[in-house]
Design a protein around this ligand. Structure first.
Ligand code: NAD
Length: 497
């Protein structure tokens, strides 16, 4: 039986609890200007909800609430912070079905992905960071130039203050959690600006955090577009901006943040290579390439969008990709069989299709896919392009859709050079049964994460972030604690020289 999408979409206002409002301090407020923006369901193109379009005045209010809350939150006992983070995880888990529904309606991704990846990622992040909250330690560092026993010297890791967090539309709740959980574990407070395309789970999760016992003002949400994000970046009361989004926005943020010397960490775009050597388990590699290239319609920063295949395995891999993608049902994210959902917007669909058409015009072969679906919503078929030249746009620019370039190679040196030849450096995959080849590739590829005989495994313990134009800094793992603290050295004379 077909899913009644309109009926599910009709539940959004009830789930949100405070439709048209955002949580700032202990209040749910509209934008002070009264302005709103509309978020829509990419699977139908129809409107889902109105949210406030926050202006500079609203951002200012949210920052001052966060600053006020910082004075007590930073002094809360670490184990109490840990307990609250754990309760947030429990509360998100108890509401996982409604949050997954919101995520699927807002982003278009299959419900199974929302529940299986996005919700779990958010829940696990809060649990993992709960475990680190009481381990934000400085170190004892005896002075290297003084006799022992004269000075007592140590470092403290102190919270930064108010964190301005800005997130993209593809993993709204997961990305918000990757910022909020470590920021809070370290004693900071947060003002979060979700994407204008997908703000709903962030708003609802903020409400659930309050229910879980988080004091008001510790996490505030300002919904809005790039202008709201700009106001947050410019605000002198923000101590750090943690941003996930496109490289061009990240560059703009770094420029503006420099005016106040606001700290910045940036999780940006990618154009990640996924390399299949002929000695690999080819069936596993094909599945990995399908997941790496087409999961969540390729709207994934670490998507393995450049597939390199050692020449003897090329035909088998291409045929395997074609068969696997033909068997993937394309549809609304709420349809139970859907493996490929819509792209986020009509504009983005035009952008993705534009890349393919330009490549086709240049004589690149479309091995399969390369077309939109004639139905409501913004659907594009999984696509493989063969024969693109190394300097073409489709090899070098992030398409952010279900489009793989497939390139044959003949030896390890050639493929490592090709893998490193773009301006990005977020992720990479390698498939081989030769452990030496796997290590050689992992050592030499320019990427923040390398998957060997797998693709796309993400875990709260694994540092996440990019090299080159894929960004600055790392989320997740213990490294995340350093992104949300500043080291202070204390040196005390306790004896005579
Ligand atoms: P985007 O850069 O267009 O927008 C991201 C966020 O920034 C949105 O909330 C937007 O409103 C805000 N924004 C826009 N202009 C701004 C400005 N001048 N100042 C402050 N904020 C501003 O990105 P997007 O299209 O939402 O997301 C897709 C991009 O995100 C892709 O490039 C993808 O690779 C990247 N991404 C990276 C990671 C990672 O972990 N590296 C994860 C997910 C997505």
């Amino acid at each position: 039986m077909a899913v009644n999408v309109a009926e599910h979409a009709g539940r959004v206002a009830d789930i949100l609890g405070h439709p048209g409002k955002m949580p700032i301090g202990d209040e749910w407020v509209a934008a002070s200007s009264g302005a709103t923006l509309t978020t829509s369901d990419p699977g139908t193109g129809r409107a889902l909800a109105e949210v406030p379009l926050a202006g500079a005045e609203d951002v200012d209010r949210a920052v001052s609430e966060a600053r006020q809350a910082f004075t007590t939150w930073r002094r809360t006992a670490p184990l109490e912070r840990a307990a609250i983070l754990w309760r947030i995880a429990d509360t998100l888990e108890a509401h996982a079905d409604e949050l997954a529904l919101l995520e699927t309606l807002d982003t278009g991704k299959p419900l199974e992905h929302s529940r299986g990846y996005d919700l779990n990622s958010a829940i696990n992040e809060f649990r993992y960071m709960s475990g680190l909250a009481a381990r934000v330690n400085g170190r004892l560092s005896p002075l290297s130039t003084m006799p022992s026993g004269v000075f007592h010297s140590y470092t403290r890791l102190e919270p930064l203050g108010v964190i301005g967090a800005i997130t993209p539309w593809n993993f709204p709740l997961a990305n918000a959690s990757w910022k909020i959980a470590p920021a809070l574990a370290c004693g900071n407070t947060v003002v979060l600006k979700p994407s204008e395309e997908t703000p709903l789970t962030t708003i609802r999760a903020a409400e659930l955090m309050l229910q879980a016992g988080l004091p008001a003002g510790v996490v505030n949400v300002v919904t809005g577009d790039g202008s709201t994000g700009q106001a947050l970046v410019r605000h002198p009361g923000v101590n750090k901006i943690t941003f996930t989004g496109s490289t061009s926005t990240g560059q703009e943020i770094a420029r503006v943040a420099a005016e106040n010397m606001t700290r910045v960490s940036l999780e940006l775009g990618g154009k990640s290579p996924n390399v299949i050597f002929a000695d690999a388990d080819i069936e596993a590699a094909i599945l990995g390439a399908v997941g790496g290239g087409f999961w969540d319609s390729g709207e994934v920063c670490s998507s393995g969008s450049r597939l390199y295949v050692e020449r003897p395995a090329l035909d088998r891999v291409l045929e395997g990709l074609r068969k696997a993608t033909e068997a993937m049902p394309i549809g609304h994210g709420l349809e139970p069989d859907t493996a490929i959902g819509p792209l986020i917007s009509a504009r983005h669909l035009d952008r993705v299709s534009g890349y393919v058409e330009e490549a086709r015009g240049e004589g690149v072969e479309v091995a399969f896919g390369g077309e939109r679906l004639d139905r409501e919503g913004h659907f594009y078929r999984p696509t493989a392009l063969l024969g693109a030249s190394p300097d073409s746009k489709v090899i070098n620019e992030e398409i952010f859709g279900p489009v793989l370039t497939v390139v044959p190679f003949d030896d390890a040196t050639e493929v490592i050079d090709a893998a490193n030849a773009t301006s990005y450096g977020l992720a990479a995959g390698v498939w081989t049964s030769d452990i030496a080849k796997a290590h050689h590739f992992s050592e030499n590829v320019e990427a923040g994460v390398v998957w060997v005989n797998s693709y796309g495994v993400v875990d709260p313990t694994m540092p996440w972030g990019g090299l080159k134009k894929s960004g600055w800094g790392r989320e997740n793992g213990e490294q995340a604690l350093h992104e949300f603290t500043e080291a202070k050295a204390v040196c005390m004379q306790v004896g005579s020289l």
